[in-house]
Design a protein around this ligand. Structure first.
Ligand SMILES: Cc1cc2nc3c(=O)[nH]c(=O)nc-3n(C[C@H](O)[C@H](O)[C@H](O)COP(=O)(O)O)c2cc1C
Length: 372
């Protein structure tokens, strides 16, 4: 019988080997220069997670074009030579610590808090309100303009060009963001996509844009460069959203992204954790379903700093990797700490009281140290 996987066993996605199964979840820190160029502070920030023993880092969502894609002010992009050079600096710092790093590519669509006129699949106002701490706009979302077929071609072009730049910057791969209520998820979700052209209607049409992007990016990638996808049921502003038809929808989604060439599937469970949101509404586990159906490596997420739960998931072959978000911010050395039997510093939203940026975190950390 094969040995049970644990977080501390080596992993592999495509040709990429990782020292362990801990992945840093992508987290937007809005800490780039105003024009979207990654900074030296970002390079130091990402290197800490590699030094701390994370087998793989997924860097925060970078915007893919300079038209409608940008979500937040000071979000990093991957559109210009300067962006590429800034990211190359990040990759070099991470690789100097022996790390592996993938970049997430994201388009905001209707939930942009940055562009003047957000564009989306349909003219439907997103639910909820804008995220505090990101972007110059706050309050309720506006009604977006509808993307034309030419605009959609440009969206695909943006992802393709950003992925090529990511390869040139030295990344080990890209993760296409079709999760959490951003553009590609807006296409997938019937409530935000009422189009009657080939990008609307049944689930195959609603997933067409994501699959086109995956296959176009994959077709141009050099062998070994990973092209994965992040999916989720919940949305940043709708934490209780579930795919309507449970395993039937999930099966079609997982099969389609695999057929389009995805090298891995990453299932995000942002607000309510793995057990709640990596399952259908009636409780069927989705990461193990994705694994069985596609044979692809699957990354699980949502409260998985709980190492006994993480080991249970890996040991039961429900996923191949676990991505840790919030708790990693306070424990960039989380894998090393766990190996040494040291306790983790508990995450609290108080750490965002000065904002979500790297500078804001430093200010908060200094305050904690002074108050000890
Ligand atoms: C500050 C912050 C920024 C985030 N930015 C992103 C992002 O850029 N892309 C993304 O897919 N998810 C993003 N997320 C969601 C996380 O990747 C992750 O799914 C979520 O925090 C749940 O994992 P956790 O329970 O380990 O924190 C963000 C979360 C936080 C807290």
């Amino acid at each position: 019988m094969a040995a049970k996987l644990t977080t501390d066993t080596p992993g592999q996605i495509g040709l990429l080997r990782t020292a362990n199964r801990f992945v840093l979840a992508p987290m937007s820190r809005a800490s780039a220069y105003k024009d979207g160029t990654p900074t030296a502070a970002m390079a130091r920030y990402y290197a800490e997670f590699a030094k701390g023993g994370f087998g793989l880092l997924i860097a925060e969502g970078a915007f893919t074009d300079d038209v409608f894609a940008q979500s937040y002010s000071n979000q990093p992009g991957l559109v210009t030579d300067a962006h590429q050079a800034g990211w190359a600096q990040v990759v070099t710092a991470v690789k100097a610590e022996g790390g592996r790093i993938i970049l997430q590519l994201i388009h905001a669509g209707a939930v942009s808090q940055h562009v003047d006129t957000p564009h989306a699949p349909s003219a439907i106002r997103p639910k909820g309100s804008m995220l505090v701490g990101y972007g110059h706009k706050q309050g309720a979302y506006g009604i977006p303009e509808v993307l034309s077929l030419d605009d959609i071609d440009n969206v695909v072009g943006g992802f393709v060009s950003a992925a090529k730049r990511a390869e040139r910057a030295g990344f080990d791969g890209v993760e296409i963001h079709c999760a959490n209520g951003y553009l590609l998820d807006q296409f997938l979700t019937p409530e935000s996509n009422t189009r009657t052209d080939k990008y609307g209607g049944d689930i195959a049409n609603r997933l067409r844009l994501t699959c086109d992007i995956l296959s176009e990016v994959k077709a141009r990638a050099t062998t070994g460069f990973l092209v994965g996808v992040r999916l989720s049921q919940a949305k940043a502003t709708e934490p209780d959203y579930f795919w309507h038809n449970g395993l039937q929808d999930a099966g079609q989604i997982f099969d389609s992204v695999a057929a389009a060439g995805a090298d891995f599937i990453h299932l995000a469970s942002e607000a309510k954790g793995y057990a709640y949101h990596s399952a259908t509404k009636s409780g069927e586990n989705l990461t193990s379903f994705a694994k069985r159906l596609t044979g692809l490596p699957v990354i699980a997420n949502g409260g998985l700093q709980d190492v006994s739960l993480a080991n249970e998931i890996l040991g039961a072959d429900q996923a191949d990797f676990v991505a840790v978000g919030k708790t990693a911010l306070l424990n960039p050395d989380l894998p090393k700490r766990l190996r040494a039997g040291l306790p983790l510093r508990a995450f609290s939203y108080d750490m965002f009281k000065y904002g979500v940026t790297i500078d804001a975190q430093e200010k908060w950390t200094q305050e904690q140290t002074v108050n000890v």
